[in-house]
Each structure stands twice: as C-alpha cells, then as structure tokens.
Design a protein around this ligand. Sequence first.
Ligand SMILES: Cc1cc2nc3c(=O)[nH]c(=O)nc-3n(C[C@H](O)[C@H](O)[C@H](O)COP(=O)(O)O)c2cc1C
Length: 338
Amino acid sequence: MTLSPSLQTKLSTPLKIGSLEVNSRVLQSPLSGVTDLVFRRLVRRYAPKSMMYTEMVSATEIHHLKELPRIMEIDPDEQPISIQLFDCRPDFMADAAQKAVAEGAQTIDINMGCPVNKITKKGGGSSLLRQPEIAAAIVKEVAGAIDVPVTVKTRLGWDDREINILDFAKRMEDAGAAMLTLHGRTRAQGYNGSARWDWIARVKEVLSIPVIANGDIISVESAVRCLEETSADGVMCSRGTLGYPFLVGEIDYFLKTGNPIPSPTAVERLECAKEHLCLLWEYKGKRGIFQARKHLAWYCTEFAGASELRDKVSRIETVEEGCELLDRAIARLVGLEK
Ligand SMILES: Cc1cc2nc3c(=O)[nH]c(=O)nc-3n(C[C@H](O)[C@H](O)[C@H](O)COP(=O)(O)O)c2cc1C
C-alpha cells in the first residue's frame, strides 16, 4: 500500500479548521455512549494530535439543566477537542455553544446526521437535512456567538429520493461552517449498506472548506482508499474504533510515515480492555461497570476463546470480576503465544 505523491503532499500539511490548525488528518468521531473522556484518553495515547469529539449533547438539556451534562466534561489538557451539540433552535444552540467553549471546546460541531427517531421527531439530527434554512440559521447564529470554529457533521440526505447534500453542504459553508464531515449514507440507511464515498468526492469538488470523509473507515487500507477516491481533507473513524482505540493512531502513523505500525496483539488488546474497565470504574463508579460491559465485549474478537470471554464480560457486576476474567484470559493467551 502506498500513498500517491499528490496525497502525500496534501497530508503533510496541517488540517485547517477555520483559525485552528490540527496536526493530524485522522479524526475520532463522536459516538454516543462511547466517546467519553475515558475512551478519548485511550485513543489519544496512540493519536495525540487527532481531533476528537464528545458524545452529542442536547442544547435543550443544557438550557434547562442547572449543571452541565457530564458528557461535556473534557480533560484540562485535552486538545484538539470539539463538543458536539444537537437541537433545532438556533438560540438554544448559540447559548449551548458559548457554554461549551467555556468548558474548553476548540470547535463546536453541529450534529445534522443522527437518524434516531427520538431526535429527528424534535427537528434535530438528520431532520435538519430537510430544513436547510433552519440548519443554516443554526450555523450562522452559533458562529456569531463564539470565537472558535463551527463545524457540521451530516449525511447524504434523508433517503435515496432526497439526496440533497450538494446544495445543503454549500449552504452550510455559506452560513459560516469551517469544516464539513460527511457520513456517506442517507438517514434511511442508518448504519446499513456501504458508505457511498463517490458522494463525498462530489461534495469535496463544490466546497472550499475542508471536507472530512466518514463511513466504513475501518483500517489503514480503507482510509487510504477513501482519501484517494474522494480527495477528502481527512478521514473520521467510527465503528472501527469500538473495542479498538488503536485505529486512529494506526492510520495517522501510516499517513505521516508511509509505514504501517504493528497491530496490537490479543494480549495487548485485552490489557487495554482492562485499563478501559478500571478507568470507567474510577470515573463513573457502578454506572461505569454497566457501560464497560459493551466495551469489553467489543474487545473480545479474533483470539482463541474470544466468544466465551465475550459472553462472560457482558455480564460482569464488579470491577474485580471483570479484571479477574481478563487476567485469566491474558495469562492463557501469553501461554499460547510462548
Ligand atoms: C453507537 C454509535 C453512536 C453514535 N453517536 C454519534 C454521535 O453522538 N454523533 C454523531 O455525529 N454521530 C454518531 N454516530 C455516527 C458515527 O459518528 C458515524 O458517522 C457512523 O457510524 C458512520 O461511520 P462508520 O461506518 O465508520 O461507523 C454514532 C454511531 C454509532 C454506531
């Protein structure tokens, strides 16, 4: 696998998001229920320069609650970091954006892609693709309220009959968006079928702001292929990072050096799983243990005994139980590796 010279030249320069320069072309996506401060710490260990996102936060919730939701919390020295907001009210969004910047967000990302009914019924997420005037008003009002860049993450359109991303993306740029991340699926597709990178290439042709390609970036190979096919300014990893916080770093390393970094062994992955569990326990207590179940299950792939272990870690009640299961599996795998 090699990078074409033109791609290499482009990738050797920082990603410019408005006034912000980011020294990595690989981004970790916002993932609700996943990309909390703990997960981002793990990803950042391998990709210290990459842009990361909080889970999406409701501007209405920020408006009504006395305290800010905990998912907005970021480590004091954590950067580059963006807080992602969703809602359909420009005034709530502008207010929430100001609070997010005060928390340390270096960009504000607006979610215009979430397909979940609970969100779209209230006019947020991907339903904004059907309300471009409101979407543009949100970008404009947020951009006017803060002095950090505003970015947009969206999809191709509502469904196959309503793919309006070319016009929509241009409107977001005109309204003041400093970068657009495009998930190459429609709202109707949810997370099914392949991401259509050809649409990302078309959008890249009509915008002047950076375009980040998202959807099906699951390996160094897919990232390189996507960058070649779309001419996008960067790639954003999503489901490929579940149980694999190494992915962003692996791609970043390859794009910077042209060399692959050795993938972690099963033992290293399980050691990371154990650390993930302990950090969640420290940060969230009992709730962290319940959340850890799904994470631990995601780590359990591609080694002998993975499915049995997955089954057991999905039901842990305590941090000790999880650590014991993982320690035993690690010891067994170390024995096998010898
Ligand atoms: C569990 C889960 C949670 C997600 N949460 C968010 C979110 O909070 N904000 C957002 O913009 N996208 C969210 N997404 C969408 C992803 O960021 C990404 O756009 C999508 O998964 C496509 O990339 P992939 O094919 O590489 O997974 C979520 C996706 C999943 C699977």
